[in-house]
Ligand binder design. Structure first.
Ligand code: TRP
Length: 307
């Protein structure tokens, strides 16, 4: 049995079924997510881009010259492009991602757009410590860049551990530049994950199509529906697929039973208060030096240093 299948079956045998969000991102999934980032309801992407653009001179000033920008994620985002366009005399750009094809493709694109910039992609699962590549010119400091509030997609324990790894990767004099989505009127948050065009529903359901094709499950995709609910106590979006009938899903000799209305958790998206995030950053060793937000305080970009 493949490692992927073992992992997925273990999740489906839990009392509350779950499947890792990484299975959302096959080719179609990445395409649908890109569509999501352009939806009017999905505020995080545009808002973070706006905050980054509005404060670019100050951000570049804080990063300083000849820094190594280490991005957790493939680096295909508009925010990264904008940042790389604005940074002067940058030493090296290190995108880190688990999906090799996507990573190498976007690294090549960045390279062609920024001649003179050393681009050193690292294929790694950034939830574990990984080795940094050796650049030709020694950077003066490391800046870990983690946009998109992807930190919120991890449970608090894992997010805390991840911030600890980032502290290590940043090294002496290093810093963290991170996108952090904020707690707000739950209606605004829920709308972002229940768009009127139904793209988010397609994106979520595509996980089952992906698992049928790649792993060999026989999910009847049309009998599942998308659900996205904000849990105020936990401060997080909980995104699920709901089985609309009692049914059995099969792979090889394995059978997974679903009750009518039973769900699979596919993603959490935690939203933070400024105090709450500062506490997590501090526990990892960082000090929040600068917080930029939009006028409505929907989203924040934060600069954290090793004090
Ligand atoms: N990381 C994104 C977020 O938390 C991913 C996302 C957006 C997502 N919409 C979704 C994940 C719907 C699953 C289902 O905002």
């Amino acid at each position: 049995m493949s490692a992927a299948l073992t992992e997925i079956l273990a999740g489906l045998r839990l009392p509350e079924k779950m499947i890792s969000p990484k299975y959302l991102y096959d080719e179609r999934g990445s395409q649908l997510f890109d569509e999501i980032t352009h939806l009017p309801e999905y505020y995080p992407t545009e808002t973070e881009l706006g905050i980054t653009m509005d404060n670019m001179p100050e951000i570049c000033d804080l990063i300083g010259k000849r820094a190594s920008l280490i991005e957790y994620g493939s680096g295909s985002s508009r925010k990264t492009r904008a940042l790389l366009d604005s940074l002067q005399q940058q030493a090296v750009y290190v995108p880190v991602d688990i999906s090799e094809d996507h990573l190498l493709l976007s690294a090549e694109k960045i390279r062609s757009e920024h001649p003179g910039l050393e681009v050193l992609p690292v294929v790694a699962d950034f939830t574990r410590p990984f080795d940094l590549p050796d650049p030709t010119i020694m950077p003066l400091r490391n800046i870990v860049y983690f946009p998109g509030s992807t930190i919120g997609n991890f449970t608090n324990d894992v997010a805390q551990e991840l911030l600890g790894f980032m502290y290590q990767e940043a090294g002496t004099d290093g810093a963290l530049l991170i996108g952090v989505d904020l707690q707000k009127d739950p209606a605004i948050i829920e709308r972002a994950y229940n768009d009127s065009a139904g793209v988010t529903a397609q994106f979520n359901l595509n996980m089952l199509t992906h698992l049928n094709r790649e792993i060999g499950f026989d999910f009847d995709v049309s009998s599942f529906t998308h659900s996205a609910h904000y849990d105020t106590d936990e401060g997080r979006m909980e995104i699920r697929l709901i089985s609309e009938k009692s049914q059995v899903v099969t792979i090889g000799d394995e059978h997974i039973e679903f009750d009518d209305g039973e769900s699979i958790l596919t993603e959490y998206s935690h939203k933070y208060t400024l105090e709450g995030f500062a506490k997590m950053a501090e526990l990892a060793g960082f000090a929040v030096r600068k917080v930029w937000t939009d006028a409505d305080e929907l989203f924040s970009v934060q600069y954290c240093v090793r004090p």
